[in-house]
Design a protein around this ligand. Structure first.
Ligand SMILES: *Cc1c(COP(=O)(O)O)cnc(C)c1O
Length: 231
């Protein structure tokens, strides 16, 4: 059954790429597996997916230990500084960097492990009180500050668009994110290359792809509804 979900999502991704004259290889499908058991993740892995997204440190670490080592784990949730050390050698990218202090801690831990951590700056695109992320205005400043850290590499922007029934409602936000990435790129800040846009979730990923997304984070569309009740 999950495999059928995945086939449908993959088809929609392809169609959105075709519609916007983009190559399928420009868009990474990240299967967001938070709250889902390893058996189901293995099912999606066996169907060929290698990029998985988690939003909690402990859950990510547990799954990391139990699942194949060639999975690329993406940290997509709010990250506390004191927990960076647990995931620094387990994830391929941290999407949710929203402060200099967090970037600084990632830099310290990355250096310890002699690695360079790719990160995205999380933008609170609709200025929602309930969401994490920095404002568009603060993004350029943060990019400039973070560019000084030599063990993190800013690769782009991430945003969680508002929940909506109609994905077209979010097109304007995706356009704004794309524009912001271009604006930051034009500043030619050392060490910063804004090529990645982590935008689009189950409700709006096709629109996000049409507007330039390079990473869509799809949970419900692949794994079905999440059940938080038993956790
Ligand atoms: C849960 C989550 C997703 C996936 O959401 P769906 O609507 O289930 O696709 C994507 N991004 C982030 C940051 C999330 O926390």
């Amino acid at each position: 059954m999950l495999k059928e979900n995945l086939t449908n999502v993959e088809k929609a991704v392809r169609e959105a790429c075709e519609k916007s004259a983009r190559k399928r290889s420009e868009v990474t499908l990240i299967a967001v597996s938070k709250t889902k058991p390893t058996t189901l993740i293995q099912e999606i892995y066996d169907a060929g997916v290698r990029d998985f997204g988690e939003n909690k440190v402990q859950e990510l670490c547990e799954k990391y230990d139990r699942l194949p080592s060639d999975i690329r784990w993406h940290m997509i949730g709010h990250l506390q500084r004191n927990k960076v050390k647990y995931i620094i050698d387990k994830v391929c990218m941290i999407h949710s960097v929203d402060s200099y202090r967090l970037a600084e801690e990632i830099n310290i831990q990355a250096k310890k492990h002699k690695l360079i951590m790719p990160i995205l700056l999380e933008i609170n695109i609709a200025d929602e009180q309930t969401k994490f992320g920095i404002t568009k205005e603060d993004a350029i400043l943060l990019a400039e500050e973070v560019s000084q850290l030599d063990s993190v590499r800013v690769e782009g922007l991430m945003a969680v668009a508002p929940y909506t029934e109609n994905p077209e409602d979010n097109r304007k936000y995706f356009k704004q994110i794309k524009k912001l990435a271009v604006d930051i790129q034009r500043k030619n800040i050392d060490n910063i290359n804004m090529h990645a846009l982590s935008i689009g979730m189950t409700g709006d990923y096709t629109v996000a792809i049409e507007e330039g997304s390079t990473m869509v984070r799809v949970g419900t569309g692949i794994f079905g509804e999440r059940d938080y009740g038993t956790k």
